[in-house]
Design a protein around this ligand. Structure first.
Ligand code: PMP
Length: 355
């Protein structure tokens, strides 16, 4: 892993904040230039947060089974994605591989970091195109000179298509690629397919990303989790903003994870609605294709995505038009809401008449 790092990151002398220097319990804290007065009196608002989020990460280990030594938290998984680019890719030299259609932020963070994007598209049924991937990776390896392919993103379940890739396919990607494979499992909890975390011991260059924004219903708190080798976790820890996750966010996350029974029941509700909606969508005239989903949303093909998007919006129903994504012509992405919301959407779609 070390030889894949950007040179400046490999030789970085990390910032050491007050809360890194002293981690025990003390009576008087005069080390961080904080204000001793707390005007809001909630979540120790006048004090800096724990930069290592120790209490929360222990809870994550206990409830989610993600080992403490192998986790690092980000301000949403978006921060972790950006940090992976900054850790590994030399701007203007190195590249990252995406398999579109996929989560749009990978490309944006690549662009921000001046990292070239290579695309090996998914097949038209949104599966990994292994013949193309193998030949691309073999060719890239042969032609390396100044820069090289450093990161490969697999989003599983994939956004916006909804499907998860079987674990043996994810493992195949890890075997084929000699850089850092990032498996984004933001929607993992909704899926029945296995987690790539089970591959971490075998593949030290693998990073798995999770988030509390979806199944854990905590999008506002901005808590993402990277699971990786201790060595990689240490590197990510050395270059992150020291206080990247505020105390209120850590406290909210601790609370949500402590309510895993309720979260599990909520997950069952979403899965039941997913099943019910699938059956009902199949009978709606303007819906021409429903793609298999392992997530909390559907990608559907409709007769006229732009027209239907505006028709729904006029009724106050907002969905995502994904028509411009590769192989997603006339596709809308629909989040599974509560029963009333879903019924409102289904009724509007049923009533839609072509002009
Ligand atoms: N990965 C995927 C696939 C996503 O869809 C999203 C959010 N839409 C994220 C990562 C980012 O999630 P967050 O920053 O809220 O953790």
């Amino acid at each position: 892993m070390r030889e894949l790092l950007r040179k400046n990151i490999a030789s970085l002398n990390p910032y050491s904040c007050a809360r890194n220097d002293f981690t025990g319990e003390a009576q008087v804290y005069l080390d961080a230039n904080e204000n001793w007065q707390d005007f809001v009196a909630i979540h120790d608002a006048n004090r800096y947060p724990d930069p290592l989020a120790v209490t929360l990460r222990k809870k994550i280990e206990e409830v989610m089974g993600l080992p403490f030594k192998h986790t690092i938290l980000g301000n949403g998984s978006d921060e972790l994605i950006d940090n992976l680019f900054r850790c590994f890719c030399e701007p203007g030299k190195d590249s990252a591989l995406l398999m579109p259609p996929t989560y749009g932020a990978y490309r944006v963070f690549a662009d921000i970091n001046d990292v070239k994007v290579e695309n090996v598209p998914l097949t038209t049924s949104f599966q990994i195109d292994f013949p193309s991937l193998e030949s691309y990776l073999a060719k890239e390896k042969e032609q390396r000179s100044n820069g090289r392919l450093k990161l490969l993103f697999v989003c599983s379940p994939n956004n916006p298509t909804g499907n998860a890739f079987p674990l043996d396919q994810i493992e195949r990607v890890c075997q084929l690629f000699d850089g850092i494979t990032v498996v984004d499992e933001a929607y993992y909890d909704f899926s029945e397919k296995g987690s790539a975390t089970t591959l971490l011991e075998k593949y030290p260059n693998l990073v798995v990303l999770r988030t509390l924004s979806k199944c854990w219903a905590l999008a506002s708190a901005r808590v993402g989790i990277a699971i990786a080798s201790e060595e990689l976790v240490a590197v990510l820890g050395s270059m992150k903003y020291p206080y990247n996750l505020g105390t209120p966010s850590q406290a909210l996350a601790y609370k949500a994870i402590g309510r895993s029974d309720e979260v599990q029941a909520g997950l069952d509700l979403i899965r039941d609605e997913r099943e019910r909606m699938k059956g009902l969508l199949e009978n709606i005239a303007c819906v021409t294709e429903i793609f298999p989903t392992d997530a909390n949303f559907f990608l559907i093909r409709v007769t006229d995505a732009v027209g239907i998007y505006h028709y729904l919006a006029k009724d106050g129903i907002i969905v995502r038009n994904r028509s411009k994504e590769l192989n997603c012509e006339n596709c809308l992405r629909i989040t599974i809401g509560n029963k009333t919301e879903n019924d409102t959407l289904l009724a509007a779609l049923s009533a839609y008449k072509e002009l």
